[in-house]
Design a protein around this ligand. Structure first.
Ligand code: HMG
Ligand code: MG
Length: 301
């Protein structure tokens, strides 16, 4: 087994995290959150989404957030875009990259973006063409890769099939999402193994929610398969309003602590990250769910 020497962390807290909070978060708090993440060394940040404000009102101010972010050529600002309208919003806001998203579950896709998997891919075709023309990288997310909230069976072959479609469209990374955090390490490996027969291993990413406390174990399983692209969320924020029961993503602090301990480089300063986790958690008036953030709270200086 050869473990990767470096993992790219794609920080989703400002999008996946804040989209799921009942409390609306002011633009300036979102901007400070992102600035603190940059200061901690995070190089790829999901800053929001250009989706219907009726569907996800928490993200309606993404353009305002983007307008206030520092111009940095060493940081990627990425946004979720379900269709051409979203892509146009992303370009007007000067996003560095966009993320298209579909699912391995027809039932979830219908509830989340109001179309079938095949229809979603049709909507992405003009997005991919425009992004190619403009030289904008596109990453893809495949929800429900380890299970669906609606009880429909998700086979590794289905996940591989959807992942291959996204890769064949030109996505540089295909992130396999455990939307409701139900996966366990053996299943994680089976799914990655199936997907890796369809697309190159080095474009596969993982995005695991921690609903059942399995996410870190599943990241280790992915790491052991050679996967080196991890999505995670500061303070363990997150969830999907259209996935009943889904809680937050694995906390970035917990992932970075694990990687540091294993001698795997993430380029992130753990103490600065933990301070960031407390910054956003203090805003909500609660402690981070992250064990590492709580353990390090009084050991930051
Ligand atoms: P629809 O109602 O079928 O769309 O929604 P439509 O094309 O019929 O348009 C309806 C209205 O939405 C129109 O406005 C459009 O202009 C507007 P109206 O005429 O009624 O005033 N509209 C938009 N507005 C802003 N930005 C857009 C946009 N597109 C249309 N891009 C749609 C289809 C996809 C728009 C809707 O279902 C939607 O916005 N869904 C997004 C849901 C979402 O954001 N979910 C959470 C993110 S996914 C996630 O969390 C999972 C992930 O983390 C991985 C994992 O963990 O699984 C990525
Ligand atoms: Mg998610």
């Amino acid at each position: 087994m050869t473990l990767p020497s470096r993992v790219r962390i794609f920080e989703v807290g400002a999008r996946d995290g804040l989209q799921n909070e009942k409390q609306m978060v002011p633009v300036d708090i979102k901007v400070e959150l992102i600035e603190r993440l940059i200061d901690a060394g995070v190089g790829a940040i999901e800053t929001g989404s250009f989706v219907s404000p009726k569907w996800v009102p928490q993200m309606a101010d993404t353009a305002d957030v983007m307008a206030k972010l520092p111009v940095r050529d060493d940081v990627i600002y990425s946004v979720l875009t379900p269709n051409m309208k979203g892509y146009e919003g992303a370009m007007a806001a000067k996003a560095d990259e966009v993320e298209i998203f579909t699912a391995a579950s027809e039932l979830f896709n219908k509830r989340n973006i109001n179309c079938s998997i095949a229809e979603s891919i049709e909507r992405f075709t003009p997005v991919m063409a425009a992004a190619k023309e403009a030289g904008i990288p596109v990453r893809a997310s495949v929800s429900c890769a380890l299970g669906s909230p609606f009880g429909d069976e998700i086979t590794p072959a289905t996940v591989a099939d959807v992942a291959a479609k996204m890769y064949d469209m030109g996505c540089y990374e295909v992130s396999l999402a455990d939307t409701i955090g139900v996966g366990t390490p053996r299943r994680t490996k089976e799914v990655i193994e199936a997907v890796a027969t369809a697309i190159p291993l080095d474009v596969i990413g993982v995005h695991f929610h921690d609903t059942y406390g399995q996410a870190l174990a599943n990241y280790l399983a992915a790491l052991e398969m050679g996967v080196a692209r991890f999505d995670s969320s500061v303070a363990g924020l997150g969830g999907c309003p259209y996935a009943p029961g889904a809680t937050g993503n694995v906390a970035t602090e917990d992932v970075v602590y694990m990687l540091d301990g294993m001698g795997i480089d993430s380029s992130i300063d753990l103490k600065k990250l933990v301070r960031t986790a407390w910054f956003i958690s203090d805003f909500f008036g609660r402690a981070p769910v992250s064990s590492v953030a709580r353990a390090l709270k009084n050991k930051l200086d």
